[in-house]
Design a protein around this ligand. Structure first.
Ligand code: ZN
Length: 439
């Protein structure tokens, strides 16, 4: 707008000037130069003057351009160099993810030469050194990265992962502390916190790490629930070892609120309620556990909570328990045993027959011997206590490495796998051990 106004003003002035000179052709200017006397019409002189000004303007412009030329050439060269650098960086990263160590290293060298030490080139160089198996070189680059604020966190991560791979716990802890100061809630820090805490037996720490991961939506809800149930149940087992049954119940309840059918928590909760004198609750939870997987321990808990006063009451309690899982082998076994102990030969014979037809190697032959003795002598020679039974105790095994464990844990101490300790997936091969005959 201003330019247009200016142009309009200049145009009007020029037209006015031209008009003025054409009206007065006798206006002349006389001057002497180099011994000549010159007489020029005044209008022509103004025109020549403007021409000279315009020419000077052009000369000045061309002069400025010529002066700026070297700087421009240098700038273009720099841009081209940068472009080649980024191209090398991209190709290096592609080679890295394709697992091509030689190409990655070549491009890393080119990128460093063209771009100098940027965060991205340092990372590429360090990772390609790692891909080449040169951990020392990678460590040096990661160290360099820790010296600059913008790359420090990435460098620390590289060093932490190296220390984890070496199994150097002390270095991991020290480096993690430094990384935490920069970004305390980075997902990989929380994940590592969880893993290391579990392995070191610092379950409460592991629990906190999962909470933070799940609060930041960094874990799928199902995975978070599984991990929380695992940690709570581990804490419950620790409390139980210290005979702190109140605390065990609290942890079990929290575990079951995350995963309602988590078998180790169900079994322990039943036991803990029994210890606290809540017999009805103990039977209820034992029944839920039995529905999932009948075990010797759960049967004991249930019978102790039922406190039967005679063989008939015991048999009624067994009927209650086995109703939760009628076709299970252990249910059939308990029913047969209860029938023998109650002196019910017909029911015992039927139950033993069903058991033998199942083809399972659960010691029905021992039960058959007891039934024979009952028939011959009119009394069961080896009755179990009123709150006991002769089901075998199955060992807990790590499904990852096969190690047997005497009680449930969140982490296998042999192979460090978490959430892998469970009952064997098949019933025991060997027949159950008989309790010594009650004298
Ligand atoms: Zn294991």
């Amino acid at each position: 707008m201003i330019r247009f106004l200016l142009f309009a003003v200049v145009a009007v002035a020029l037209v006015a000037l031209a008009l003025m000179f054409s009206q007065n052709p006798d206006w002349t200017a006389q001057f002497k130069a180099f011994g000549y006397q010159m007489t020029l019409p005044f209008g022509l002189m103004v025109f020549l003057g403007l021409l000279v000004l315009w020419a000077f303007g052009w000369i000045y412009f061309l002069f400025r351009r010529a002066l700026a030329m070297p700087a421009e050439v240098a700038r273009n060269a720099r841009i081209s160099r940068q472009n080649r650098g980024y191209k090398a960086l991209t190709q290096g990263l592609v080679a890295l993810s394709a697992g091509d160590p030689d190409e990655a290293e070549k491009q890393a060298r080119r990128a460093t030469k063209l771009l100098d030490e940027t965060p991205a080139t340092l990372l590429l160089v360090a990772q390609s050194a790692q891909l080449n198996g040169d951990e020392d070189a990678a460590a040096r680059y990661f160290e360099t990265m820790t010296e600059q604020p913008e790359t420090a966190f990435l460098g620390l991560r590289g060093l932490v992962m190296q220390a984890v791979a070496r199994g150097d716990r002390k270095a991991v802890d020290a480096l993690l502390d430094r990384a935490r100061k920069i970004r305390p809630n980075a997902p990989w820090i929380l994940e590592l916190d969880y893993d290391l805490s579990l392995q070191n037996g610092r379950i409460d720490n592991a629990h906190r790490a999962v909470k933070r991961l799940s609060n930041r939506h960094l874990l799928p809800a199902a995975e978070a629930a599984k991990r929380l149930a695992l940690a709570e149940t581990d804490m419950a087992f620790r409390a139980a070892t210290d005979d702190n049954w109140r605390k065990a119940v609290d942890h079990c309840r929290r575990a079951l609120s995350e995963e309602a059918d988590f078998l180790p928590a169900l079994g322990l909760a039943a036991r803990a309620y029994l210890e606290l004198g809540h017999h009805r609750k103990a039977r209820e939870l034992a029944g839920q556990a039995w529905a999932q997987r009948p075990t010797s321990r759960v049967a004991t808990t249930f019978l102790q909570a039922a406190t039967p006063e005679n063989a008939t009451a015991k048999r009624a309690a067994i009927t209650d328990l086995t109703a939760h899982n009628e076709t299970a082998l252990f249910s059939l076994y308990l029913l047969a045993e209860a029938a023998i102990e109650a002196g019910d030969r017909e029911a015992a014979a039927v139950a033993i027959d069903t058991l033998s037809q199942s083809g399972a190697p659960v010691g029905f032959s021992a039960l058959a011997l007891r039934l024979d003795a009952l028939r011959a002598r009119g009394v069961d020679p080896t009755p179990t206590p009123l709150t006991g039974h002769s089901l075998p105790v199955e060992p807990l095994v790590c499904l990852n490495c096969g190690t047997e464990h005497d009680h449930w844990r969140a982490v296998c101490q042999h192979c460090s796998a978490s959430g892998m300790i469970a009952l064997p997936t098949r019933p025991p091969e060997s027949p159950p051990k008989m309790l010594p005959p009650a004298l």
